[in-house]
Ligand binder design. Structure first.
Ligand code: UFG
Length: 335
């Protein structure tokens, strides 16, 4: 009976890529997803069980039925704007439901968990590139709900009688798709920059709105750190292996950790549009729009800690290469 990894939210954009990568590496997986935002068609590997983390009996029964070695926890609502509109819904889904998961994890004596966190925990950065020591100060309910989970994970990992260990991965701007186009980004409604631009390229949308061009950046548009979803996937596996190392050592503080995941390069909105024009060969119609509330001018990760500690080697550092994978998937999705 091989041990398995439970992936919550594994039918979603990021979770489905990690599911593929884990299976490629020979891990067995069980995906749970409530399919509110996920797609069952994205679960092409492992076992799939439809259900919600608010259902403790459901989660608990999974731990009772399978030999689960660890958990990768992606299930969450992820829209900043929606979180401002419906904060309670975000705290319930992202925080409260995670407490159910943790209760089942502890009852089953599962001691390894990888958490899908976000750069949104930093709020408006005081300094870029952002290291993990940068003070956390989320400015929206989405970021706050993720930080609340990080806090409880930290507390649990420090509780005396437990060998529970976790790694929290703070992603910057996840983008791109599986180069084999088996899975990719498919949000409804879509709010992310790259797929929106690609919608213009396939003439599904008329133009892309540039949210502000008088930021204090070299071209006036916001700079973000775009990290390829397959590089994120690799980091999750490295993080899990990091927790597997030294299993006999019962000091949980030794392994629990927080890592930023970015590619270390910032690109402006205009640069992303230009890369999409180059890769797709289509001229992208753009218009200047109002600034979006709560958008920091620059978010760039310092990912040195993940690179050094986890021996993580991000492969997609070139924006054109990232967009190429997104474009291939985007065409297939909209065929
Ligand atoms: N943008 C536009 N026009 C659009 C959409 C986006 O100009 O139509 C700009 C935004 O202002 C921003 C950049 O493109 O400067 C990227 O925007 P996204 O919406 O793609 O991503 P965000 O940086 O807002 O947010 C992402 C994730 C969040 C996460 C955050 C952390 O979606 O979940 O990164 O850095 F919290």
């Amino acid at each position: 009976n091989n041990s398995m990894i439970l992936i919550t939210g594994g039918a979603g954009y990021i979770g489905s890529h990690i599911n593929k990568e884990l299976n490629k590496k020979g891990y067995e997986t069980i995906v749970i997803d409530n399919l509110i935002n996920g797609h069952e068609s994205a679960v092409k590997w492992g076992e799939f069980l439809e259900g919600d983390l608010n259902d403790f009996e459901f989660i608990n029964s999974i731990f009772n039925s399978y030999d689960i070695e660890g958990v990768m926890h992606f299930a969450a609502f992820t829209s900043v704007a929606e979180s401002v509109e419906f904060p309670a819904m975000y705290y319930k889904n992202n925080y409260k439901n995670t407490l159910n998961l943790l209760k089942a994890v502890k009852l089953a004596n599962v001691n390894k968990l990888i958490f899908s966190s976000t750069a949104a925990v930093y709020g408006n950065p005081k300094k870029v590139p952002i290291t993990e020591n940068h003070p956390v100060n989320p400015i929206n309910p989405y970021g706050k709900s993720k930080l609340m989970v990080e806090t409880v994970l930290e507390n649990e990992s420090k509780s005396i009688d437990s060998d529970f260990k976790y790694v929290s991965l703070r992603y910057f701007n996840a983008c791109g798709a599986d180069p084999e186009t088996e899975i990719g980004e498919n949000h409804n409604p879509e709010t992310h920059l790259i797929p929106l631009i690609l919608d213009v390229a396939i003439e599904k949308r008329e133009k892309i709105a540039i949210f502000g061009d008088d930021y204090e950046t070299f071209d006036g548009t916001c700079i973000r750190d775009y990290i390829h979803v397959c590089d994120l996937a690799q980091a999750h596996i490295k993080a899990f292996e990091h927790l597997q190392e030294d299993e006999t050592n019962k000091n949980p503080l030794k392994k629990s950790n927080i890592f930023n995941l970015g590619n270390g390069n910032g690109f402006s909105v205009k640069e992303v549009i230009a890369a999409c024009e180059k890769v797709t060969g289509h001229k992208i119609k753009k218009e200047l729009a109002e600034k979006r509330e709560g958008d920091p001018a620059i978010l760039i990760a310092d990912s040195k800690k993940a690179i050094e500690t986890l021996k993580w080697e991000p492969k997609f550092t070139d924006l054109n290469k990232i967009v190429e994978t997104a474009w291939k998937w985007h065409k297939k999705l909209n065929e």
